[in-house]
Write a protein that binds this ligand. Sequence first.
Ligand code: URA
Length: 433
Amino acid sequence: MRMLDIIQNKKHGMELSAEEIDFFVQGYTKGEIPDYQASALLMAIWFKGMSEAETANLTKSMVNSGDTLDLSGIKGVKVDKHSTGGVGDKVSLVVIPLVAALGIKVAKMSGRGLGHTGGTIDKLGSIPGFNTSITMDQFISNVNSHGMAIVGQTANLVPADKKLYALRDVTATVDSIPLIASSIMSKKIASGSDAIVLDVKVGSGAFMKTIEDARTLARAMVGIGNNLGRRTIAILSNMDEPLGSEIGNANEVREAILTLKGEAEKDLINVACAIAAQMAVAGGAFTDVSEAEKAVMELITSGKAVDFLAELVEIQGGDKRVIYDPELLPKAGFVIPVVSEKEGYVHSIMAEEIGTAAMLLGAGRETKEDEVDHSAGITLKKKVGDRVEKGDVLCILMTNRENHDAALSKAHEAYVVTEVPPDKVPYILDVIG
Ligand code: URA
């Protein structure tokens, strides 16, 4: 088999065989296929697309390029969730205890954040003692006895994706539906759960700017999941602004606790409850999503949901007192209000800009080697649709860095204030699967 012929076939819009795809993925991962040939194939895929069978085969080959998690030691259906990337997205912190409380097993492998998006592992790092580097035996034992556990992503999970993503990044081939879908799903499949609930973000702050593109991506991912024997459901949720009102690690833990008490912003409560309910159905605890949503709300209103988060913290070595007293979470030295320079209505809050502002304050990483400052972050005081007067506080920056000018100007850029209020957009736009 020759790489040249595979590129030719795709260039002419032909369907690649499973063998051709595997030859490319394994060869490129091992360094036997050069970047220039891989780049040519990626660009041909960008132009000609891939069929459902090709996309599933690409995903399967990517999964086989590295380690896979064997969760067979966990009894019952294991359910995972994934978000296509959002700023202020602390939904995992909320749904893991909620779903475990409903009797479903959640064995979650999560990543660290890079650039303008935060990672769940970094958020949990703001809880003193919380250990996300537990052994696989401990991970499986925690899921079996408490219904939940979370661990950092192993280094050799889907190495093909690491190499291909880096190449896509510099060859203008990131925004290809089959490439995005296989990249996301390969990591989910390798993480071993039986069922997957996907949160596909739509809007100014998301990868997918339109509902049509988001539906196409969601269908591609659901198709892969089902093809590879995993029950997969996708929720499409609005991302014209960050989710909730907190961005940053300790900030988001604080807001996750509020969500579990039913006291957070409505967008966050709605999206978290919708995802938890879909996970409960995918795991077989309910047949009806509205029944599952009712059970989720009951956990919140009864106050029991917070206890399950405290249990997760405790079993992973963390100090559970912070869950009942969030004042114990780390706090930054500087608190800087960002005020509106004009009056009107908040039309959108550009998630990428606000995420970059948070990163510049120390909450995120510019490079993989950077340390995060768990106390740095942003609290949004105005959300989309809110009326603002000149001089009103739009958001508050928290940092330990003395120079915060760049973050301040990014936060200003993030807020789009217009004379007329924006149209109301529902939090959940569609469900596919
Ligand atoms: N997230 C991923 O993991 N991969 C992509 O290609 C895009 C978003």
